[in-house]
Write a protein that binds this ligand. Structure first.
Ligand code: 7RM
Length: 633
């Protein structure tokens, strides 16, 4: 096991050590894992290309560390609790021994279907235990998983399959979410109809069991492929720097990019952060409500907890089904000790009223966590008082898909808290703030753009198939620094408060959505000439999506037209990217070089036009009045 920090004093001491001797620090954290071959060198790096390698020359298999390693000591312990969507259905508990057997069996099935080391496997599945089995089975044989959130549309899925040239798609028949039964496999059929020539096989897990069309020669049932397969499977030993997975995430420009994480560093970092941030204790029941389709699910439902030998829970449903007391009911029933969720869920449940949480005792709870977006004061206090009964520390964990694991966060019960602050960097993490000119801002009580100036083991290695994009996105803005895209404040005590994105990324309910992506989708609607999308403050979602749309011919039925735009966005990206507000406008404010002045559009979307700044340099200043009027301002 990696270090587990016990006090603030020790935190400070370890932090200093990690900066003075990073390689020594990380070698120590990595030493407790099962390596099949030790590394020759801890770290090789430059942020210029970038080229970062951790535990160079080391060989391992991450699933031996998640599973095999625990069999002797905790084979009979529950590894996974699955809480189904329907509360009347019984939860499923899977021990480490059973999970090991299922992963090995499915790994053998993948091999039999021709999947080899380095092949990309797309996983488009709802939150069922087989999703975790699928992820680990890929890792078992050195295949690279690319999980796509099952809420994404066929077009998005197809784009991701093509970009990674996946050979196999793993899916389920349907996704049971609240009262809905979403035809997941049908989305795969639609996606594959848009090209995707690399795909030869689709493996379908039977979830709800409703009738389904299978494509002869391509589609196979999960229960059929595992028939007769052995429940042991020799792990494929891979290089520390071989890719483990690809996960697509939105940026400020173009299509989502495939963030690549590699084996050794990701393993060391997710285990270390899981145990330290949540102060995980042997025997704890841990529940992260994220979806495995996002990085939080990868790192803190699957890998981190299983590496640490924890009992991790997966929830199939939604927070409000059958009623807004569902989370608290589940915590009570399963005696959850550590609970990790998103501010948007907290705000939604808070808005549903106190009656749902009142009367729940939840004495098992010890640690609460949040992730995905800045949490507001009201939600923080409600979480602290109503859920934690003022006796559970809240860890506000800041990190990103690209960082692989938690970067800035309190250590539960150790770091003195301040509401809404991510507080201090974990040992091994060297954040800094820079100004627009790229100069580091020293001292406290300052604000700037958040960068990290030294590599950590689970830093992004590349963007799949396009290394240059990785360089320009993260390493080109500021010399020798990783740029996060976030703005932050460092207060008088050196604590960090994350303010939010400084680029054209909107954070809707903790999901990253690029304005460019939404605009591209809107522009595909017949009759749309141009569009501009900005974020605006939203009570539940954190940020909402506001779309300004220029149309060609006069629109006879604006409501029907707006509905059409929403349909196109749903088809191109998915329901999560649907604009909350659409305003039809005669023009967009542009600079003389033709750039849309989003600053002005943001102000109008916020409903604050008291200070629009200088608009006289615009090509078309008159349009601003029209837009204001159209917005009712
Ligand atoms: C884990 C995850 C990353 C972006 C990031 C921030 C925002 C995440 C916090 C936060 C304030 C937090 N990965 N963000 N955590 N903002 N406080 N604790 O969310 O790649 O999907 O998003 O999310 O803007 O850059 S992500």
């Amino acid at each position: 096991m990696s270090i587990q920090i016990q006090s603030l004093e020790q935190y400070r001491e370890v932090y200093q050590k990690s900066v003075a001797d990073p390689e020594g620090f990380w070698a120590e954290q990595a030493s407790s894992f099962q390596w099949r071959k030790p590394w020759r060198q801890v770290l090789k790096w430059n942020f210029r290309e970038p080229n970062v390698k951790w535990f160079v020359g080391g060989r391992l298999n991450i699933t031996e560390n998640c599973l095999d390693r625990h069999l002797e000591t905790r084979g009979k312990q529950t590894a996974l609790i699955w809480e189904p969507n329907d509360p009347k259905q019984k939860a499923r508990k899977i021990t480490y021994k059973q999970l090991y057997g299922q992963v090995c069996q499915f790994a053998n099935a993948l091999k039999a279907e021709g999947v080899k080391k380095g092949d990309r496997v797309c996983i488009y599945m709802p939150m069922v235990p087989e999703l975790t089995v699928a992820v680990l089975a890929c890792a078992r044989i050195g295949a690279i998983h690319s999980v796509v959130f099952a809420g994404f549309s066929a077009v998005s899925l197809s784009d991701r399959i093509k970009d990674a040239e996946c050979t196999v798609v793993l899916t389920s028949d349907f996704n049971a979410r609240g009262v809905k039964n979403i035809p997941v496999k049908q989305v795969v059929d639609e996606a594959l109809a848009m090209g995707c020539e690399s795909v030869t096989k689709v493996i379908v897990q039977k979830n709800t069991g409703d009738p389904l069309k299978m494509v002869e020669g391509r589609d196979i049932w999960w229960h059929d492929v595992i028939k007769g397969k052995r429940k042991t499977c020799k792990a494929t030993i891979v290089d520390s720097e071989d890719p483990l997975f690809i996960l697509y995430t939105s940026g400020s420009t173009g299509k989502p990019k495939g963030v690549v994480h590699t084996q050794g560093g990701y393993m060391v970092y997710t285990e270390y952060t899981f145990r330290n941030v949540f102060q995980y204790q042997d025997g704890d029941i841990y529940w992260c409500t994220a979806d495995v389709g996002w990085i939080t699910g990868h790192s803190y439902i699957i890998y981190g907890p299983l590496l640490a030998g924890a009992t991790t829970m997966m929830f199939e449903g939604v927070p409000t089904f059958p009623d807004p007391g569902r989370f608290w009911d589940v915590i009570q029933r399963h005696k959850v000790n550590i609970f990790y969720t998103a501010p948007t869920a907290i705000r939604a449940l808070m808005a549903a009223g106190d009656q749902w949480v009142k009367g729940r005792r939840m004495p098992s709870l010890r640690v609460l966590g949040t992730v995905g977006e800045p949490i507001n004061e009201e939600a923080w206090h409600w979480y602290n008082e109503r859920v934690g009964k003022k006796r559970c520390p809240i860890v506000d964990t800041w990190w990103q898909t690209e960082t692989g694991g938690i970067m800035i966060s309190p250590l539960a019960g150790i770091t003195p808290l301040k509401p809404c602050l991510a507080t201090l960097p974990l040992p091994g993490i060297q954040p800094c703030l820079v100004d627009a000119a790229g100069n580091e801002i020293e001292g406290n009580d300052v604000e700037g753009m958040l960068c990290i100036k030294y590599p950590w083991p689970s830093i992004i290695r590349t963007t799949y198939g396009d290394h240059e994009r990785c360089r320009t996105n993260y390493f080109a803005a500021f010399k020798d620094k990783y740029f996060t895209g976030d703005g932050a404040r460092r207060d008088a005590d050196g604590y960090y408060r994350i303010i939010g994105r400084v680029d054209d990324v909107i954070n809707v309910s903790g999901h990253r959505i690029g304005t460019a992506e939404v605009e591209d989708a809107i522009n595909k609607t017949p009759g749309v000439v141009e569009s501009a999308v900005v974020g605006y403050p939203h009570d539940i979602k954190g940020q909402g999506i506001y779309a300004y749309v220029i149309t060609g011919d006069a629109i006879s039925d604006p409501d029907a037209f707006k509905k059409q735009i929403l349909d196109v966005v749903t088809k191109e990206i998915g329901p999560i990217a649907k604009p909350d507000k659409i305003q039809l406008v005669p023009g967009l404010p542009k600079t003389r070089s033709g750039k849309i002045m989003r600053r002005i559009l943001r102000k109008i979307a916020e409903g604050d036009v008291s200070n629009l700044g200088d608009i006289s340099t615009l090509l078309n200043p008159e349009v601003v009045e029209d837009i204001k009027e159209g917005a009712g301002l």
